[in-house]
Design a protein around this ligand. Structure first.
Ligand SMILES: [Zn+2]
Length: 264
């Protein structure tokens, strides 16, 4: 580089350093807009101008501010509708039709308060005679969880046992059958102790129930159990191993008078 070239390069450098930096609403930005007159929105109004930081310039958004606002509102509405639909589907999938409309409000204030006040991860053992509202209450609790967009499942103990037995013929593993019952946030196991009422449950039934309850306790996931048997009869039917698991459960009896509305 000769002296003349050196001076020229220096002068260029100084000139570029003296240029005001283009940022925010500098004249540089206005130029970008002026050179690109605003195209129109589908409604005929001028499109919205948006400053794009990474590009360092204004661009025209797809719509005018009003249409943009309406679009965002519509998207938000659609999302809410979609979530409501998913919740409805889950309720239909998990809850028996006669309990679709079940609610904690169907029960006495005392029952409601006990269930609301208990720690979120504590299990519940509901016992009482047939027709006292055990499934109704369990359904109401499952529905609450589903409405909060938690994964919740209801299963009859008999069906759980039968599906494991069937798995041996279907080349499925016991683990794959039990996985959804173990992984869901809230599980309700209906009618335990009715397979051979008044007698000792088979080892298979005892082991199945213990496997599910133990796995859920380890994961701090609450389980709801309903049964016609008194806790004493239940420990006799399932053995002391199960009794020890229930020491952490909230245990209460329904006698049918706790329901406000005699729907079922
Ligand atoms: Zn518009």
């Amino acid at each position: 580089m000769n002296e003349k070239q050196f001076k020229q390069a220096n002068a260029n450098l100084n000139r570029s350093q003296q240029k005001p930096a283009k940022s925010g609403l500098s004249s540089g930005m206005i130029d970008v807009i002026d050179k690109n007159p605003s195209p129109l929105c589908k409604c005929g109004k001028p499109r919205q101008k948006v400053f794009v930081k990474w590009a360092g310039k204004y661009i025209h958004s797809k719509w005018c501010p009003e249409c943009e606002y309406n679009y965002e509102n519509e998207m938000a509405k659609q999302e809410i509708i979609h979530r409501h639909e998913s919740i409805k589907k889950a309720i239909k999938r998990e809850i028996e039709p006669i309990y679709y409309n079940s609610s904690l409000d169907d029960f006495s204030e005392q029952i409601k308060q006990v269930l609301i006040d208990k720690p979120a991860d504590q299990g519940v053992l509901i016992w009482g005679k047939t027709g006292t509202g055990k499934s109704h209450l369990a359904s109401a609790l499952i529905k609450e969880a589903l409405k909060a967009e938690q994964r919740a499942k209801m299963v009859r103990f008999k069906d759980m046992v039968l599906s494991i037995r069937a798995s041996y013929d279907n080349n499925k593993t016991e683990e794959s059958i039990l996985r959804p019952f173990i992984s869901c946030h809230l599980l309700s196991i209906e009618d335990i102790g009715t397979i051979r009422s008044g007698k000792v449950e088979s080892d298979f039934c005892q082991d199945t129930l213990l496997t599910v309850i133990d796995a859920r306790l380890q994961r701090n996931k609450p389980t709801i159990i309903t049964t016609n048997l008194s806790p004493e009869d239940l420990w006799n039917a399932f053995g002391t191993r199960l009794a020890s698991r229930f020491s952490t459960f909230l245990i209460f009896k329904l006698d049918g008078r706790d329901r406000r509305l005699d729907k079922n």
